[in-house]
Design a protein around this ligand. Structure first.
Ligand code: ADP
Ligand code: MG
Ligand code: ZN
Length: 498
């Protein structure tokens, strides 16, 4: 009998708010331990939580971005448990009435479970809760840092629609891209902003009933999720094939050893004794509030990629560059409509402009830091600081397309434009960079090159076609790089064959 995997993910994402969920403490990473704390997020008895309006908005915004329904009634519940990093002895979360439910994520995926190069994972719900503190086990004692306690946390629960490790990986990346684009979360994995519980079972192919759910807790990297599944799925299949009965349990992933190991079975499962928080009003969003949140919905990354590919005939990698760097894409798009060759404009924006900005930033950052400016305070050059207008870049592309200047000259013009803001035509004139397409002048250069280089001429005549390149190079040199290379080739060939 053949077996297949069934996977559902619970993804926890820290929301991008200035302050925490129930108090005014900063939602900031990397501060000294226990400096962003107050009686509320330390879980002192008798304090009252005040919901963070922006966190409520970001939750509903996520619902819209994930194609969810937004119920007109939601509430917060207490999930009771004891753990040193949760000093209230309960976590505030949304149990049976979450703020969003029943959505889906579509993403590019061509493996098992895909349809025409696409994967879809349904979203059961995305509910709002709070993060807990962080335990550290030091050499001689343990400590709890409550800076993270009370940071708004979104839990995005998927339906068990995922069929394998690659699909899980692609889904997580798509989800992350959507949340970053929507301004919901920075999803900085290094800062622990995204964590994932992986639920996986196996069943005979062709059956519908789900097998015993095994949960791998607290994964903090997507590649880790993929590796854990690549271990766990074959482990479960081997077990059932042996005739073992799998039971619902929780496991942990040991990334160094590359194995999962059992932590607890269902017999030890928690009873969280959920009940509605008596200190918090239920949520009943008004139409006006919802409309405001909805107005923040952005084009999804995949839709943007497809639109760029279609509207401007761009290859996928170019379109992806403009999805990953939204301001750059918007800058391109403002010009692309005005150009006959958007692909050429895209090349300039991606290969030249982006590189030049990065180069300037590396140089400037080093300079600023040498003057004692902190890395975080360094001023960075952005598209809005450019000395030239987008029209100037269009003009430059036009000059290249019309063969008025060579590619090499265009690079030079671009450098000058970037540094001084002068118009391309003016630079071409000033530096005498106009490409020579006057055949008379090129004929003369060709004659000179042929006369001065008998060896390559003989080679070419003896059938070494490559010898033409060396003669071409000579002509370009004689023309100071201004001859139209295509014309040079044609004329040289004609003369040598005569
Ligand atoms: P719990 O209440 O224990 O958190 P849920 O039923 O809410 O369990 O499901 C949690 C996650 O596990 C969801 O993402 C869901 O899709 C997934 N899941 C549920 N049952 C299974 C199963 N048998 N195999 C794989 N994933 C499952
Ligand atoms: Mg769970
Ligand atoms: Zn606080």
């Amino acid at each position: 009998m053949e077996y297949e995997a069934v996977i559902g993910l619970e993804t926890h994402v820290q929301l991008k708010t200035k302050s925490k969920m129930w108090c005014g403490c900063a939602n900031a990473f990397g501060s000294e331990p226990n400096t962003n704390v107050c009686p509320v997020c330390l879980g002192m008895p008798g304090v009252l939580p005040v919901p963070n309006d922006e966190a409520l908005r970001l939750t509903v915004l996520t619902g819209y971005l994930l194609n969810c329904e937004i119920p007109r009634f939601a509430k917060f519940d207490r999930k009771s448990y004891f753990y040193p990093d949760a000093s209230k002895n309960y976590q505030l979360t949304q149990f049976d009435k979450p703020s969003t439910a029943n959505g889906f994520v579509d993403f590019e995926f061509s493996g098992l479970g895909s349809v025409e190069g696409m994967g879809r994972v349904r979203i059961t719900r995305a509910h709002l809760e709070e993060d807990v503190g962080k335990n550290s086990h030091l050499e001689r004692f343990s400590g709890v840092d409550f800076n993270r306690a009370g940071v708004p946390l979104l839990e995005i629960v998927s339906e068990p629609d995922i069929t394998g490790s690659d699909m899980a990986y692609e889904y997580l990346n798509a989800l992350k891209d959507i949340l970053i684009h929507g301004g919901v979360s920075d999803c900085d994995m290094e800062k622990g902003m995204v964590r994932c519980d992986v639920n996986v079972s196996v069943r005979p192919v062709g059956t519908r009933e789900l097998g015993a759910k095994i949960e791998i807790k607290n994964m903090n990297s997507f590649s880790g999720v993929r590796r854990a599944l690549d271990y766990e799925i074959p482990r479960q299949i081997a077990a059932v094939k042996r005739g073992d009965k799998l039971i619902q349990s929780t496991r942990r992933w040991d990334d160094v050893a590359g194995i999962t190991e059992e932590m607890r079975t269902k017999e030890h499962a928690h009873d969280y004794r959920y009940f509605p928080d008596p200190d918090l009003m239920p949520l009943a969003p008004t139409e006006a509030w919802l409309a405001e949140v909805k107005s923040r919905v952005v084009e999804l990354p995949l839709a943007r990629k497809r639109r760029f590919m279609q509207a401007y005939q761009l290859p996928a990698p170019d379109a992806e560059s403009f999805v990953n760097d939204v301001p750059l894409g918007n800058y391109f798009e403002a010009m692309a409509g005005l150009s006959k060759s958007p692909k050429a404009v895209a090349n300039w924006v991606i290969n030249n402009l982006r590189a030049k900005i990065a180069e300037a930033n590396t140089r400037d950052a080093a300079e600023q830091m040498s003057m004692g400016i902190e890395p975080g305070e360094v001023k960075r050059l952005t598209l809005t600081d450019l000395k030239f207008k987008p029209e100037a870049l269009l003009e430059l592309v036009g000059l290249v397309e019309a063969k008025a200047i060579s590619n090499a000259a265009a690079q030079q013009v671009f450098g000058e434009m970037f540094d001084t803001g002068k118009a391309p035509a003016a630079i071409v004139q000033e530096k005498g960079l106009a490409q020579v397409s006057d055949t008379g002048a090129i004929e003369t250069f060709c004659d000179e090159a042929i006369a001065a280089n008998p060896a390559p001429v003989a080679d070419y005549k003896a059938g070494k076609v490559a010898a033409l390149n060396s003669l071409k190079g000579q002509v370009m040199k004689l023309s100071k790089g201004k001859a139209n290379p295509a014309l040079v080739g044609e004329i040289l060939e004609r003369k040598l064959k005569a």
